[in-house]
Every structure is written in structure tokens, then in C-alpha cells.
Design a protein around this ligand. Structure first.
Ligand code: DAH
Length: 427
């Protein structure tokens, strides 16, 4: 798993390379059918914003009822609603805000402030914007209710910032950066959280730009893209070794990934490529060519600031928040204390609708950020063809010691909900 730890940050690349291909069930292709009843929300133990309070996101007023609905076509849990509007990437003293600003600085300086910067676009988008407009195939795994949070059959919480590409092109923007919170149903471990942050970049060229270069349009764009992103990687990481890896995304062709050699490992930094001509054509820009990239802010920030667990980004504990300063990318996080973990195992026969994402959703609904990891530790099929799974749940707080009593209660709650929501008999 080590090399794949950040796989979900690039969901749209080839499954064989970047999805959890070794993990059961994750990269099976799911059809977009109405979700099974067990996908219903689980009331979390956390406090939820009062039903009447309105959030304002990118100029759009949103109430809880707009997002969390008691309908079979809605799979947004209360816990996810509490994250909407927090916009960690807009806090100048937060590692994600510091990183965003460092990337802005690179683009502002090197492109003479030509890039338009968006960091407040509403994360509620249509399936057309999230998938169709960027040419995600109709049977792509990312469209499933198992992977994406649906508000209704045509509305989702964006699962990538690429959801805004087409609209901004249509509005006439030629150079832009979009930073935002993105949402994905996923597994639970130190690098996976159902809300994380991405930055998207797009640059459009016109014939004048490439005509004198002696290169064809695509080659010209690919060349410019690579130079731009190598410069960005040096700006963030210093004089590191880099390599380009061929990749696949539905929205670009050719597609690449940039990797840097950092702390003795090759680290995947971002995905990018020359934008599919079809996207430009639909945006009224048939004569142009463009490049695009997308990067996950958490994965870069974890490396740059030495942050060991993705849950820390959400911590309001002063011992975390006070360690970072506006404008300072070089600061290394000093763990304040490591509290003891508590492990609880749970075995059951799976049924055909079982998915690990659904199990993780229940665990998060009950334990919130006290859930550190959900790991499959045993998996066998008996002679009758029944498959048994044993999962180990690790509970640990980043901020305090947990009592046995409190963990037992969480675990009983998880067991209850697994049986009632997933229709599963525990062994
Ligand atoms: N949207 C992709 C993801 O979330 C990341 C990405 C890859 C964005 C390539 C791009 C791109 O714009 O060109 O996995």
C-alpha cells in the first residue's frame, strides 16, 4: 500500500496505476444505480449547524436541508455537511492556505499576474459539470454512489476542481487557478479523508503563441506545461530531482504525472496534460490549445510541513494551529504528543452489496475524527463460497487520551449500525 497511499487524490488516472488496485472492490466499475438503503445517512455524534442557519458559498446561500436530504438518491451524511464552508485553503495561517499562497506567488511572479484566482466557487455542482463537461465516461467508477456524494441524481459535491474548467473557459478566462475543497467517499487511514483540497490550473494559447515556435500546437502546450510545473516544483521543494510519467486522464491527451524525489522516495506531485480539444471546442475555443493540471494540497502539505496524519488539518487545537505562520512554507510541524491507539476487530460475512467505503462511512459517522484507520486484516472464502472479512478499527484522538468506556461505546455503536444499515450479521 505504501506507494499507493495518496491514490485517491488522483482518481481519474488509470486504475491499474493509481487506484487502490490491490484493495478489494475499490476499482470495480460501478454503475450509477440508485443507492441501496444502507447508504442512508448515519446520525453522527458531532454537533451539526442548526437547521435554520445558512452557509454562504461562492455567493450561494445554502441550508442543511439543501444538502442532506432524507431521500434514497442522497448519500451525504451530517458529518460532511459540517465541513462545507470551512474553506481551510482560505486561511492564511493554515498549512493549506500557506501552500496555496506559495503557489499563487509562483504564478503571479512568473506570469505577471495573468492568472485569475478562484478559491470561493461553490462545491455543489451538477453531474454535468463534475463529469460530462470534462469527458468522464458514463461508466467511470468515480460516478458511482460508492465514490461520490450525491445530493440528488443530478447534483453532487464536486469530487475534483476540474468540475469548474469548462464553465470558466466558456466565461472567457484563458489563464486561471481554482482552489477548493473536494469530496470523496473513501477508506480511512492517515492519508485519506472524505474532504480534501485541490488546485486546478488552466492556460489557453492562441495560434500566435505557437506559430513562431516551430512546434505543433500540442507539442508547444506540453512543452510550456512541463516547464511551468517543473518551475513550480522547484519553487516549493527546492532543487529536487524530478521525472515525468505518462498517464491517462479523460480530460487531457497526452497526460502526465510529475514526480519528485523527496526524502528518499518518488512522490507523485500532480496530474496534468494537454486539454482534450473537445473541451475547448465546447467552450467556443476550437482554434486554441490549452494545458491543465490538478494537484492535491494535503499530500504536498503533509510532506512540506511534516504533518503525519491528514486529520490534523481539521484540528482546532492550539498546539497544532499555533505552529504555522502566514507566508512561511519551511516550518516543520512538531507533534505535541502521541496518545495511545485502541484497536477493535470486527468479523462478518459480507453480502454482495458490501463495500469498504460504506463501512468507513458508518465508522466516521459514529467516531468522527477519532477513527484513525479501518484496515482489512483477514479475508477468506469458505467452501460454500461465503466470504468473511475481519476489519481492525484503530481509534485514537490527536488531542487527548480516550477512555475504555468511550471506545467501547463507539465500537458498540459501529457494530449496531453495521448490522442495521448494511444488513450484515456479525460473527
Ligand atoms: N482531476 C484530477 C483528479 O482529481 C486531477 C487532474 C489531472 C486535473 C489532470 C487536471 C489534469 O486538470 O489535467 O484526479
Amino acid at each position: 500500500m505504501a506507494a499507493l497511499t495518496f491514490a485517491h487524490h488522483i482518481l481519474f488516472s488509470k486504475p491499474s496505476v493509481f487506484l487502490h488496485s490491490t484493495k478489494h472492490g475499490f476499482n470495480t466499475l460501478f454503475s450509477v444505480s440508485v443507492p441501496a438503503p444502507f447508504l442512508r445517512r448515519y446520525k453522527s455524534s458531532q454537533t451539526i449547524a442548526a437547521a435554520s442557519s445558512l452557509l454562504e458559498l461562492g455567493g450561494v446561500k445554502i441550508s442543511k436541508e439543501d444538502v442532506v436530504k432524507d431521500e434514497p438518491t442522497n448519500n451525504v451524511p451530517d458529518l460532511i455537511f459540517t465541513k462545507l464552508g470551512l474553506q481551510l485553503h482560505r486561511r492564511d495561517h493554515h498549512p493549506l492556505g500557506i501552500l496555496k499562497n506559495a503557489i499563487y506567488e509562483y504564478f503571479d511572479t512568473n506570469y505577471n499576474n495573468q492568472f485569475h484566482k478562484f478559491d470561493d466557487l461553490c462545491p455543489i455542482v451538477t453531474t454535468k459539470e463534475n463529469f460530462d463537461d470534462v469527458l468522464v465516461p458514463s461508466d467511470h467508477v468515480s460516478r458511482s454512489y460508492n465514490d461520490t456524494y450525491y445530493i440528488d441524481t443530478e447534483t453532487v459535491l464536486r469530487c475534483h476542481t476540474s468540475a469548474h474548467q469548462a464553465d470558466l473557459l466558456r466565461k472567457g478566462y484563458a489563464n486561471f487557478l481554482v482552489t477548493g475543497d473536494v469530496y470523496r467517499r473513501d477508506s480511512i487511514d492517515s492519508t485519506h479523508y472524505p474532504v480534501f483540497h485541490q488546485m486546478e490550473g488552466v492556460r489557453v494559447f492562441s495560434p500566435n503563441d505557437w506559430n513562431d515556435s516551430g512546434m505543433d500546437a500540442t507539442l508547444y502546450a506540453a512543452h510550456d506545461l512541463k516547464a511551468c510545473l517543473e518551475g513550480l516544483a522547484r519553487h516549493l521543494f527546492g532543487a529536487v530531482e524530478m521525472r515525468w510519467v505518462d498517464s491517462y486522464f479523460p480530460f487531457t491527451n497526452p497526460s502526465f504525472e510529475l514526480e519528485i524525489y523527496f526524502q528518499e522516495k518518488w512522490l507523485e506531485v500532480l496530474g496534468c496534460g494537454v486539454m482534450e480539444q473537445e473541451i475547448l471546442k465546447r467552450g467556443g475555443k476550437s482554434d486554441n490549445v490549452a494545458w491543465a493540471f490538478g494537484l492535491g494540497l494535503e499530500r504536498l502539505a503533509m510532506v512540506l510541513f511534516d504533518i503525519p496524519d491528514i486529520r490534523l488539518f481539521w484540528s482546532t487545537d492550539k498546539r497544532f494551529t499555533s505552529q504555522f505562520t502566514k507566508g512561511q512554507l519551511g516550518i516543520k510541524f512538531k507533534p505535541f504528543s502521541k496518545y495511545p491507539p485502541c484497536y477493535k476487530d470486527m468479523s462478518f460475512w459480507i453480502n454482495e452489496s458490501f463495500t469498504e467505503n460504506n463501512l468507513c462511512e458508518i465508522v466516521r459517522g459514529v467516531a468522527g475524527d477519532l477513527a484513525e484507520e479501518v484496515q482489512l486484516i483477514d479475508n477468506f472464502t469458505n467452501k460454500k463460497g461465503m466470504t468473511s472479512h475481519c476489519y481492525r478499527i484503530t481509534y485514537r484522538s490527536m488531542e487527548r487520551s480516550l477512555t475504555d468506556e468511550e471506545i467501547n461505546e463507539l465500537q458498540w455503536n459501529v457494530r449496531d449500525q453495521v448490522q442495521s444499515q448494511m444488513n450484515i450479521v456479525l460473527r
